[in-house]
Design a protein around this ligand. Structure first.
Ligand SMILES: Nc1ncnc2c1ncn2[C@@H]1O[C@H](COP(=O)(O)OP(=O)(O)OP(=O)(O)O)[C@@H](O)[C@H]1O
Ligand SMILES: [Mg+2]
Length: 457
């Protein structure tokens, strides 16, 4: 196949250059020139008849057939939950995660289930057929109808899609696929963008559901251009501590469902097993109450989860005290420590502060603030918080405690798991009594600390 003509476009300002340069001559940014294919013949901005001839018809919204998107389940309940109820015909899903976390395993399990009713294709650029077959054997999967191809060239994959006409296809992974039209190496920004764009187009045109596996960078973001996330319909992230067997799949973008929905799995020898009742998974078991530990209820998607927040505050011997957080936002910790000083009179400038969300969960919502501050205070004073206490609430810069969404649901879940006391924002206080649960509603951070001290006495 003849190489298509390519040029280099600046991702910052859109300036076009014929050869690659380290710096864009137009805007002066470094490393922003990316190889792109030049569309032969038609100028993108041309008003020539041949360009206009392809204009899509203009319709009234009322005239467009609004049939609900057809969905189908993957047979893995937790996976369907994050997808918003199942895969969508013609939808493109991107699933990213750390190496070895279980992306290929999950997708092989899902495709094996689907292959009973749908024509399914698994394209792997990372593993050979033998390796996949070995994994299938270990997982006890018998999917005689599942088709497999070990291929990394985009044009050949597109041909397979056209010939085989599968209804569901997995591309493992988008970083290994390369197009002949570009001279950049597989995995480069230009290649990833071009391959994903072509595959997305084919998915929409031929009603093929495509699942792309994506690598992540050292920082944990999906490798490749940011536009990759814009192009696809759904973006899922695999998270979790590789040392524990639990894995979480989180939806960060979904054109067909709610985001931040969470699927919880356990990695076993027989593959990933869904955990249908995960709310108590992220609590560590202490026989005696320990200081610096506070349990919070976080709401992930439609489900409340109880997570233990741990803090350790220790005298710093370095000129700059350390602030480290695992599973929670680092900048937010610095902000909370400032609030702690200004509004509760607790100074931590000469203390190293470490906080951790147990079990490798990432907590993105600000409702963790109150739990973080109580854990820090508890560690500082070396005084455990009362047993059976759960906490949630956002702390503002003025020291006020703001309500968290779906407070009632969080309280009910905590009560179900045997918690007996809850410190919550005043605005979240339930109108009706919750069986077996003492509610401490607070409006300000200093008030929260005072109430805690009263409980100690
Ligand atoms: N015999 C086994 N028993 C239990 N777990 C296993 C076994 N074999 C493999 N695993 C688990 O499967 C994981 C590998 O899963 P998988 O290959 O699906 O990951 P991946 O996300 O596709 O990785 P990559 O990015 O390298 O493709 C291992 O990290 C391990 O946790
Ligand atoms: Mg893999």
């Amino acid at each position: 196949m003849a190489k298509a003509k390519t040029n280099y476009t600046c991702t910052e300002c859109g300036d076009v250059s014929n050869k690659w340069m380290g710096q864009c001559l137009a805007c002066g940014q470094w490393n922003t020139l990316v190889e792109t294919i030049v569309e032969a013949g038609i100028n993108r901005f041309s008003t020539q008849p041949q360009a206009l001839a392809q204009t899509a018809p203009v319709l009234s919204l009322a005239d467009i057939d609004a049939t609900d998107v057809p969905r189908f389940g993957t047979g893995i309940e937790e996976f369907d939950r994050v997808l918003g109820g199942g895969l969508v015909t013609g939808g493109v899903v991107l699933i990213g995660g750390d190496p070895g976390i279980g992306k290929s395993t999950l997708l092989l399990q899902a495709l094996a289930n689907l292959s009973d009713t749908k024509k399914s294709l698994y394209v792997s650029g990372e593993e050979s057929g033998a390796q996949i077959a070995m994994r299938a054997k270990r997982l006890n999967i018998v999917a005689s109808e599942l088709k497999f191809q070990a291929e990394i060239q985009l044009e050949k994959i597109l041909k397979t899609l056209a010939d085989l006409k599968p209804e569901v296809a997995v591309i493992d992974s988008i970083q290994t696929v390369y197009s002949d039209a570009l001279s950049s190496a597989p995995g480069s920004v230009a290649q990833v963008r071009e391959c994903a764009a072509q595959l997305t187009r084919v998915a929409k045109q031929n009603d093929i559901t495509i699942i792309l596996v994506g690598h992540v960078t050292k920082e944990g973001a999906l490798a490749g251009p940011r536009v990759l996330e814009h192009m696809v319909d759904t973006v899922l992230y695999f998270e979790g501590d590789t040392h524990s067997s639990f894995r979480l799949v989180r939806a960060v973008k979904n054109r067909f469902g709610a985001v931040n929905e969470l699927g919880v799995f356990a990695m076993t020898e027989k593959g990933l097993k869904g955990v249908s009742n995960p709310s108590a998974l992220f609590l560590s078991q202490h026989d005696n109450a320990v200081s610096g530990s506070c349990v919070m209820v976080t709401q992930e998607g439609t489900r409340p989860l109880l997570v233990e927040i741990q803090a350790l505050v220790d005298t710093s011997h370095a000129p700059n005290a350390k602030r480290l957080s695992v599973g929670l936002e680092q900048n937010r910790l610095a902000m909370l420590l400032a609030v702690l000083h200004r509004h509760a009179g607790v100074a931590a400038f000469d203390q190293d502060v470490f906080i951790n969300a147990v079990g490798g969960v990432k907590i993105t919502e600000p409702a963790a603030d109150l739990a973080v501050l109580l854990a820090i205070n508890s560690s500082m004073r070396d005084k455990p918080l009362p047993r059976g206490l759960v906490v949630f609430g956002e702390v503002g810069l003025a020291g006020e405690i703001r309500p968290a969404p779906r407070g009632q649901e969080r309280l009910r879940e905590a009560a179900k798991l045997g918690f007996t006391m809850a410190m919550i924002p005043k605005a979240n206080a339930p109108k009706q009594k919750i069986e077996g649960m003492k509610i401490i509603a607070v409006e300000r951070i200093d008030e929260a600390f005072d109430k805690m001290r009263e409980l100690d006495d």
